[in-house]
Ligand binder design. Structure first.
Ligand code: ADP
Ligand code: MG
Ligand code: ZN
Length: 591
């Protein structure tokens, strides 16, 4: 299987990382520490920074995977100052680059940006510096679009390379190269030419996205397969993960959000993610009607307005921002106490990134996802045209449908990270109030659903997921019901879970149809239908068993406080465990 091959490839890369990259014996060590202290005014390195700097200065192509806020920028900014010549920094967003340039200026570091909005003089002065060995310029920031479009700039780069003035190529948000990431950008494909054109210059890719699939794909795209990969732990010990059943009644749902914000999160700051711009606006209105100070943030607001909303939120004037995923990169508010997903994210990657904006100050914060069966299909009709859209979506559906496993362990296995059950420290809903795991047999349900689908087809009809569940419960149009199909002795929610489970396991599949106004998802038999129909077929689903009362010592008040001793232990663990060992554990323990 491809994923196994990816695992093996990545394992090799991680084994490379096992060499003693954090050694102080490299010839540049003194200089590195001097620049860290005098230029960056930092007292020491964070985990993985020294390793990465050493690797880059050893001219190794390297990928660094580190959660947002971990300190990736330093890993190219510091080498840029230690190396002779100029470092090229490729970054997807002008706003991110502006932030960095601003910070660098304050440190007296000479850096510049090539953007579409640069003036003639700025462009000229940059291009001159590229070929002038007396220039003090140390870094040039550029978007991939600019690289791909400007032949003139590429020519200058070539010249700079010939003069041995190109010292390092840093590619920020490098997952944008891969269709498997959460943020694919076609212009990143162009970066594949860099290694061939400038073979002597090391590439440093940086990202917070860690699946083997994405990383192996990125290596291929950049022609640096098998390169060194450093991977920091993704566990965020202070975040409490929880999935809640989303009320099907909209008003009830708004009320429950408001209730949370007026009690548990009173006076605290947070983000509420919604699926569409319309949802954002509506949710904001409903919150305001109920007395909550909230703003909304999405792509169709103009830049000035967006920045105003952002400012009001930073200053505390708004308790919450209701946002689409446009509210993301570059958001760095330390004291976000809650991130609520009003509906599903598009993928586990997205969910991790979005929820990860909580608790940057390392104090406890909550990540709550409201799950409802119907939302799956709102999203699936949005993402199915993307190559990996459905597969990614079903990943997060699996996270929501899981009734017993530790939420953290699901996230960890998604990022191919090793996991100890004790690592959670009761910081997820399932670990805080654990339940017995119970398996039920659902193959008969599956066959009933096939009968309903077949019957509908016979009547020249197709069933949406809702219609399918209706028909199963003997509701909806009479000709869509089948008398030999028994109404299941399940709650509606449970029945929906069964359909969801069959869908993500491939026993059912979605069938998309375009209409002039929207896209409809119908349900058909999935690729594994034959297996479910075979004589001895069995399809299992895990459900919640009895509550393990003994283990649950936490009082409701203790919700959200994390014992500081325990926390220290967790943090310590996260630091000392070699990531490579973790990766190896993963190979043994996961699948
Ligand atoms: P990332 O790109 O991984 O999201 P950044 O490079 O933007 O993270 O850094 C996040 C913050 O961490 C910045 O404010 C930066 O100044 C700070 N930081 C980076 N390295 C260190 C360090 N060694 N010690 C203290 N603070 C650091
Ligand atoms: Mg960054
Ligand atoms: Zn847990």
């Amino acid at each position: 299987k491809q994923s196994l091959k990816d695992e093996m490839t990545l394992k090799k890369s991680l084994t490379l990382a096992n060499r003693n990259w954090s050694s102080k014996d490299f010839p540049w060590y003194k200089k590195v520490v001097e620049v860290l202290e005098t230029t960056f005014k930092l007292p020491g390195f964070r985990p993985h920074q020294l390793q990465t700097v050493n690797a880059v200065l050893s001219k190794e192509d390297t990928i660094l995977i580190m959660p947002t806020g971990g300190g990736k920028s330093l890993c190219y900014q510091l080498p840029a100052l230690v190396l002779p010549g100029i470092t090229l920094v490729i970054s997807p967003l002008v706003s991110l680059m502006e932030d960095q340039l601003f910070a660098l200026k304050a440190l007296n570091v000479n850096a510049a940006m090539m953007s579409a909005s640069a003036t003639r003089e700025e462009v000229n002065s940059i291009q001159q510096a590229m070929v002038d060995k007396n220039s003090k310029l140390k870094m040039i920031y550029v978007t991939p679009e600019k690289l791909a479009k400007s032949k003139r700039f590429m020519t200058k780069l070539q010249k700079m390379y010939e003069l041995k003035r190109l010292s390092l190529m840093a590619i920020d948000e490098v997952h944008c190269c891969s269709q498997w990431g959460h943020d694919f950008r076609p212009d990143y494909k162009f970066l594949g030419v860099l290694k061939g054109m400038f073979p002597d210059v090391p590439i440093l890719g940086l990202t917070a996205t860690a699946t083997s699939k994405v990383i192996v794909d990125v290596q291929k795209m950049l022609n640096i397969s098998g390169c060194l990969v450093f991977r920091a732990s993704f566990n965020r010990p202070n975040l409490f993960y929880e999935v809640r059943e989303k009320p099907s009644n909209q008003k009830e749902c708004f009320d429950s959000l408001v209730e949370l914000m007026k009690t548990k999160y009173a006076g605290k700051s947070g983000i509420i993610y919604a699926t569409s711009i319309k949802d954002c606006e509506e949710l904001m209105q409903e919150l305001r009607k109920r007395g909550i100070r909230a703003g909304c943030y999405h792509a169709t607001l103009d830049a000035a307005l967006r920045s105003k909303v952002h400012q009001k939120w930073l200053s505390g004037e708004y308790q919450a921002v209701v946002a689409t995923i446009a509210f993301g990169m570059g958001i760095d508010k330390p004291d976000v106490r809650f991130v609520i997903h009003h509906s599903l994210s598009k993928s586990m990657e997205n969910f991790y990134q979005e929820s990860g904006r909580a608790g940057r100050d390392n104090k406890p914060a909550d990540c709550i996802l409201y799950y409802r069966f119907a939302d799956v299909f709102r999203l699936s009709t949005m993402v199915f045209t993307q190559q990996t859209g459905l597969e990614c979506l079903y990943g997060i559906v699996a996270y929501c449908l899981d009734k017993t496993r530790c939420r953290r362990s699901i996230i960890a296995s998604h990022f191919n990270e090793g996991w100890d059950t004790s690592d959670c420290n009761e910081m997820c809903d399932h670990c805080r109030r654990p339940r017995e795991k119970k398996e039920i047999e659902i193959v008969e349900y599956c066959r009933s659903l096939y009968k309903l689908i077949q019957n509908a087809a016979g009547n020249d009809a197709k069933l949406t997921a809702q219609m399918l569940v209706d028909a199963w419960f003997g509701k909806g149009k009479a000709n869509l019901r089948v008398s030999s199909v028994k109404v299941p002795s399940l709650s509606r929610e449970m029945a929906e879970d069964v359909v969801g489970h069959l869908l993500i396991e491939g026993y059912l599949a979605e069938d998309f149809h375009f209409t002039p106004y929207n896209t409809i998802s119908y349900i058909k038999r999935g690729p594994r239908a034959a297996a479910a129909l075979s004589e001895k077929a069995t399809v299992k689903m895990c459900v919640q068993g009895a509550r393990k009362t003994e283990i649950n010592k936490g009082s409701p008040k203790a919700n959200n406080t994390i014992n500081s001793e325990k926390k220290a232990k967790v943090e310590n663990n996260a630091r000392t465990k070699s990531e490579t060992t973790k990766a190896e554990n993963t190979m043994k323990s996961e699948k």
